[in-house]
Design a protein around this ligand. Structure first.
Ligand SMILES: *Cc1c(COP(=O)(O)O)cnc(C)c1O
Ligand code: SF4
Length: 347
């Protein structure tokens, strides 16, 4: 049986696995028609073990509140679209491009900021001619220092394809850093095979900085198989960083964040970013007030090693790029890099 056939991708499958009740399936039918649902067997087992509405289940099982869309929410909350220079390629910062190799994920997070672009609405693998165009663009822009492989989740690709991508990007002399963003080490740890890990440093990628940024929001996700998957990366010379989303009711407490950052650091992951939730449709119930995150991070300073604390960032509407929330926030709104202050609905 192929791996993908084992994914739970419908409300019926979730119900058959006793992860949701018939009543919950009815209440979320409309939401599941709009936003894809998917769980790996690994996560299904953890959700079953933690019981209903635990910290893993809530991140993946559809919620009727996703149907409530606020006027300030947008299908493209961080304005990827205006910075899309080619199909699959976003060029927002002078020295970095973000390459969406694939717009599907093995699992669908209910708070995803690209939820209008991934899943059923997303594109499968970039076509070979589109990938060639991306390579030509990167090769023609010597200011590019780093290529970020994102999506979707690029670790859905086979080790063979990852190998080919690493070799192609590795051959571009001025690129010094290849960075992969993925949820697979915690969503489907067995997929982080030795062959996949080797593929990240294939060809001339071996001479570049190779980083994996793993998306983790709660310490409960870092079970032994996930920690072992991360260890396979770190042991091969890949730098592993984390990104997390600040999520109301899930990790917006000192205790939850402390446990998360300690578990990451113990797993040899450097906490990189904690993201304020973006204004993605139907995610209002997940977002904290803007002042909450800076307050939590301030409380954690001194309680954990400094290197265990990530930077709390916000991608302000308008697509001007990530800002440290603590310094950008004022009583009037968010101060952008160009000096303008813009209002924010979650103030
Ligand atoms: C977030 C993002 C990056 C990476 O930003 P870093 O601060 O370097 O992590 C690059 N490109 C785009 C389009 C992004 O949204
Ligand atoms: S893994 Fe990332 S892109 Fe995929 S659904 Fe989750 S947040 Fe969205």
């Amino acid at each position: 049986m192929s791996r993908s056939r084992r994914l739970l991708t419908s409300l019926e499958a979730l119900q058959d696995a006793h992860l949701i009740t018939a009543q919950e399936a009815r209440a979320t039918a409309a939401v599941a028609r709009t936003y894809a649902v998917s769980l790996t067997p690994h996560l299904a087992a953890l959700i079953k073990a933690e019981g209903p509405h635990g910290p893993i289940g809530r991140q993946y099982l559809p919620d009727p509140r996703e149907g409530i869309v606020q006027p300030s929410e947008s299908a493209d909350p961080i304005h990827d679209h205006p910075h899309t220079v080619l199909p699959g390629l976003i060029h927002r910062y002078p020295d970095r491009v973000l390459l969406k190799l694939v717009e599907v994920c093995p699992v669908y997070c209910r708070f995803c900021f690209r939820r209008e672009m991934v899943g059923r609405k997303g594109q499968g693998l970039l076509e070979p001619d589109q990938f060639d165009a991306v390579l030509a663009y990167i090769a023609a822009h010597p200011a590019l220092f780093e290529a970020i492989l994102s999506g979707g989740d690029p670790f859905v690709l086979s080790a063979r394809r990852v190998d080919a991508v690493s070799r192609a990007l590795g051959a571009i002399e001025h690129l010094k850093s290849l960075r992969w963003h993925t949820r697979v080490p915690v969503a489907d740890p067995e997929r982080v095979t030795r062959a996949l890990v080797r593929a990240l440093r294939a060809g001339d990628a071996r001479r570049k900085a190779v980083t994996v940024v793993v998306h983790v929001n709660h310490a409960a996700e870092l079970v032994p198989p996930a920690v072992a998957a991360i260890a396979r990366l770190v042991d091969t010379g890949v730098q592993v960083l984390s990104q997390s989303v600040l999520l109301k009711g899930l990790n917006d407490s000192e205790e939850a964040l402390e446990a998360l950052f300690r578990a990451l650091t113990a797993a040899r992951v450097k906490p990189y970013y904690l993201h304020q939730g973006d204004l993605a449709p139907g995610t209002g119930h997940w977002r904290t007030a803007l002042a909450r995150g800076p307050e939590l991070m301030e409380a954690l300073r001194g309680r954990l090693p400094g290197h265990a604390l990530p930077t709390l960032v916000i991608d302000p509407p308008g697509g001007t790029g990530k800002l440290p929330l603590a310094t950008a926030l004022s009583s009037e709104g968010l101060k952008l890099r160009d000096g303008r202050t813009i209002p924010h609905p979650d103030l």
